[in-house]
Design a binder for this molecule. Sequence first.
Ligand code: R1P
Ligand code: URA
Length: 289
Amino acid sequence: MIPSSELILNPTGSIYHLNLLPDHISDTILTVGDPARVEQVSRHFDSVEFETAHREFVTHVGYYHGKRLTVLSTGMGTDNIDIVMNELDALVNIDFMARTVRPAEERISLRIIRLGTSGSLQADVPIGAMLATEHAVGLDSLMQFYPLVETGLETEIATELQQTLGLPYAPYVVRGSDLLREQLGVGMVMGNTLTCPGFYGPQGRRLRLDLRQPDYISRLQNFRHQSAEGVFRLSNFEMETAGYYALGRLLGHEVLSLNAIVANRATGEFAENAPAVVDALIERTLQRL
Ligand code: R1P
Ligand code: URA
């Protein structure tokens, strides 16, 4: 039995941070960083049957062309993704009454799709592009706490990137769901996403502070790993994808990160109409579900 200090339920029976009951979870979940973006998605629904908000976690449950969908905001950073993925999994794979993990044959694999904004690292991934993440690379510390198993290729990339950046630790590298990427990413740019534990220094932005490595961005832009699968390069920056992909692998959920490119760090531009870039990604994704 899982003690109440570990599986924390609110007086209504809902899970601690997300404030959701198992009934609120559809098998396909759309996640967004910005709480205001939840309505930007659900305004396309035929109907919304449930809404809740707790901290940065806003959820709408409804129907899109007859299909039940849950759309949920996560806030920013992989520390929040630790909460979101563990609590979503608990909602479907833990019996809240018995406080026990469901047997393997009863466990549910969710489809979780991140619709987020992102900055491109490469000049040829322009503002307005939609990018589906193949590999995610985590510079954050989340995977210091879980026994993630990486493939040979993932470990090679991690080791080489650690050397390139002179980091005291290896990043973690995880390939996401090929199935979802092939279904939803058709016609999008396929890329490898660097998940950073911050928006400024960790993404090489300098306002008033210098960076430890003045050539940090160009080291990332020029990083290449050659393998039998081809040439790996980093395409874009954001703050959650690696956490999603790693916890998806550990918990057995299919996860895809779709990125609306709103900044280009090679050309120094930011989108003139970022909400429109995000809208286009939302509409494209909903049509393909
Ligand atoms: C930073 O501005 C935020 O934007 C990106 C980053 O991952 C980070 O959360 O995603 P969202 O637009 O989904 O929040
Ligand atoms: N989100 C990020 O994390 N970085 C960007 O440059 C743009 C959006």
